[in-house]
Design a protein around this ligand. Structure first.
Ligand SMILES: Nc1ncnc2c1ncn2[C@@H]1O[C@H](COP(=O)(O)OP(=O)(O)OP(=O)(O)O)[C@@H](O)[C@H]1O
Length: 233
């Protein structure tokens, strides 16, 4: 059994009389310790898929198993436990707590995970060692994004789900962040899944999942992914 098993998943959203089928019969599997990319146009269902993998919302039908746990049939309290223990999430809109400084925002997750990394070290590695005491209102979009990535990595989760993690970053900082995420898979055997619009990031991935109108368009496995230093974006 693979680390991530997605089988025939369907997700419908209902508003009034209107039903939107955001995910339509998607199936794939991913191995532990791999670096994976989800590509697709705006509105194709990428964020919805990431939310389902993270146990943030429930499916209409189908099953998702992660590390042999069938998260799609978990009760609410089991899902809370799954998210708390196993998942690191980098959201598109950062979700940083405004009343805590950069260090405190990352330090928060130390209590959630028994083997979390040192928040100071992680903040330094995302290039924010000089901004530890800055509050979110005084940080740029790119810096907030890095706080959010530092928080997700610091938790040392089994699976790291990232929605456009380099969207607000210049290419140099973006490359550094991608390297950190890739190291999580290479050095620590964490499974990393990144949603992006940026097709060049796909070249460094072990697998590339393409989503179109809620369908799985293709999944490609890369035997020899490129190094981050080899791509241009
Ligand atoms: N909570 C919701 N209620 C109703 N419809 C939703 C909801 N969330 C997403 N959708 C719809 O589901 C479809 C897929 O949305 P999703 O956000 O997953 O796409 P995406 O590929 O991540 O887009 P983007 O790249 O623009 O972030 C879209 O048609 C969207 O409007």
């Amino acid at each position: 059994m693979s680390f991530v098993e997605v089988k025939n998943i369907i997700k419908d959203y209902y508003s009034g009389d209107i039903t939107t089928r955001a995910l339509n019969d998607i199936s794939f599997s991913l191995e532990e310790g791999t670096f994976n990319v989800i590509l697709g146009p705006s509105g194709s269902g990428k964020t919805t898929l990431l939310n389902m993998l993270g146990g943030m919302d429930t499916l209409t039908s189908g099953t998702i198993s992660i590390q042999k746990q069938t998260i799609s049939s978990m009760k609410e309290y089991e899902l809370t436990n799954y998210r708390r223990r196993y998942v690191g999430f980098v959201f598109q809109f950062y979700n940083i707590i405004p009343s805590l400084n950069a260090f405190e925002n990352v330090q928060l997750v130390e209590k959630m995970s028994p083997d979390s990394f040192d928040p100071l070290e992680i903040l330094k590695s995302v290039g924010l060692g000089h901004r530890l005491k800055s509050f979110p209102q005084n940080l740029s979009g790119g810096e907030l994004q890095r706080v959010s990535i530092a928080r997700a990595i610091c938790k040392n989760p089994e699976i790291l789900l990232c929605d456009e993690p380099t969207g607000a970053l210049d290419s140099k900082t973006g490359g550094k962040i991608l390297q950190l995420l890739k190291d999580m898979s290479l050095k620590y055997r964490k499974t990393v899944i990144i949603v992006t619009h940026n097709a060049s990031i796909a070249e460094v991935a072990d697998s590339v999942i393409r989503i179109k109108d809620g369908y799985l368009d293709s999944i490609n496995f890369n035997d020899r992914p490129k190094k981050i230093s080899e791509i241009e974006w």
